[in-house]
Design a protein around this ligand. Structure first.
Ligand SMILES: *Cc1c(COP(=O)(O)O)cnc(C)c1O
Length: 228
């Protein structure tokens, strides 16, 4: 068993890529004079199933992200049976009819972006006696097609949620057409203003720059699992 597991690890492309990403995160932390332990890698496993994910679990990583409730439901309850301590993050939009399932399936929700969802989460966590960690998603580029609370409403929304929920931090997805660091700085400023310590920003293409801007959580998918 131990031998076959070692062979699987050595030959797993996702595990090799995972180690490369981890090394790059460590280098970015050194470059920013930050402790490596101050940045959490959320391995985004959306569209990939167990054979791609288990080598990374076997290597000891436990923090993963999914963008769809249904997909998480089809994969993670089973994976949790084989591995202790999994921490699953919802990073995609949350519809009101999925709030109950999301509270059941996830440990962290990063995409809270409207009062109704915040209210439903508060109720559902109470009902299920389960306390999730929450990030509020800010639409720093005010893109109409993107989820996240518009920048103009951000202060009010953050205050509203903090009065009712265990808000840990803020999350953003910068517009692809704009300079990412500008948006990372906007998010960092907002978090600072509201004394929130966690910042989820940075994906495969820009996690090093996000770390330089203060990211505490980077959400990396394709650089680990391959193109989708
Ligand atoms: C898919 C996704 C990611 C990861 O994107 P990659 O470019 O594959 O690293 C990060 N955040 C969110 C919200 C996503 O949906």
């Amino acid at each position: 068993m131990a031998i076959s597991r070692a062979i699987t690890m050595d030959t797993s492309p996702s595990l090799n890529a995972f180690h490369k990403v981890s090394d790059r995160i460590a280098a970015a932390c050194r470059g920013a004079a930050r402790d490596v332990s101050s940045v959490t890698l959320v391995a985004v496993s959306k569209t990939y199933d167990a054979p791609a994910i288990t080598p990374i679990l076997d290597a000891g990583h436990r923090i993963f992200g999914e963008n769809r409730v249904q997909e998480a439901k089809s994969k993670w309850p089973q994976l949790r049976q084989g591995y202790d301590g999994i921490e699953l993050h919802l990073i995609g939009p949350l519809q009101s009819n999925k709030v109950s399932e999301a509270v059941f399936l996830f440990d962290v929700i990063q995409s809270v972006d409207r009062p109704k969802i915040a209210e439903m989460l508060a109720r559902e966590m109470e009902q299920q006696k389960k306390k999730l960690r929450l990030f509020l998603q800010i639409n720093t580029g005010d893109e109409s097609q993107k989820s996240g609370v518009p920048l103009a409403d951000a202060d009010r929304f953050i205050e509203y949620c903090m009065g009712m929920l265990p808000v840990e931090g803020l999350m953003c997805i910068p517009p692809v057409t704009d300079s990412a660091p500008k948006h990372f700085a906007i998010l960092a400023r907002l978090a600072h203003d509201h004394r929130l310590t966690s910042l989820s920003m940075g994906m495969s293409s820009d996690f090093e720059s996000a770390i330089a801007c203060g990211a505490t959580h980077v959400r990396v998918g394709s650089a680990i699992f391959g193109a989708r």
